[in-house]
Design a protein around this ligand. Sequence first.
Ligand code: FPP
Length: 254
Amino acid sequence: MPKSANSSPALHHLAIIMDGNGRWAEERGLPRVAGHQQGVRTVVEIVDECVAQGISYLTLFAFSSENWGRPQSEIETLMALLLEFMASQRQRMLDDGVSLRVIGDDSRLSDEVRTALRNAEQDTASGSRMVLTLALSYGGRDEIVRATRKIAQRVAAGELAPEAIGSADFESTLDTAGLPDPDLLIRTSGELRISNFLLWQLAYAELYFVDAYWPDFGPVELRRALDSYRQRRRRFGLTAEQTAEGEGLSNSAS
Ligand code: FPP
C-alpha cells in the first residue's frame, strides 16, 4: 500500500549509547561503580519496555574499544556486571523471547566473559520477539577495518574482483551482518556525538539526544524518544514526494 504522507516511520531497530553512569554517581558523591550498577537496572527496564513496544532489534553500546583505557578496577567492575547480567537475565530473556547477540572484537575479552557470552547467545538463539545486541569491546572504525581485511582476503584468494565489491559485501561482513540498520539512535547524558558507534550502520538513522544520565533514563523517557521519532519524516536522500509515494524505502535504503 502506498505510504501516506502523514504516516509515522516504522521503527524496527533502536540503538542506544548509554552514557552518564559516572557523572550520575559522582553528582551523588558515590563511586563510579554505583553508576554502572544503576545503569544495569536501567538496561533491564529498557529491554522490557522495548519488548513491550514491539521493537524487533535493540542494540546497546556497553563497552567501547576505547573503554579498555579506563582504570583496570573500572574495567573489572564492568566485566563483573556483565557476567552478573548474563546470569541474572538468562531466564528472563528465554521467557520473553529475547535472543542475545554480541558484536565487537572479542579477542580482548577474558575467556570467562567470552564463554559466558557465547553460552548466552546459544541458549537464547531461538528467541523470536527481539534481538538484543550488546556492542562490547566495540568500535565502528575497528569493525570496518576488520571487515575490510576479510574482504581483502577474498580478493587475494581470487574469490572476489575489486571492481565487484559493493555495499552488500560490507553489510554481510560487518559484525552486524543480518541486522537491519538502526532507525533511531538515542544517546543519553547530553553529549552530542556518536563516538565511533555503528559508523556504517547509522548512515540514515534518526538521532535523539537527551540530557538525562543513563541511570535516570527509564520507560517514560524512552516513550518520549519514540514519540519524537514518530514525528520524523525520513527521506533517505529522496524528495518528500518520492518518499510519500514509495513503498519499503526504509528497508532498501536504510
Ligand atoms: C557510559 O557511562 C557507560 C559505560 C561506559 C558502560 C555502560 C555499561 C552499563 C550500563 C552496565 C553494563 C552493561 C550491561 C549490558 C550489563 P560513563 O561511565 O562513560 O559515564 P560518564 O561519561 O558520566 O563518565
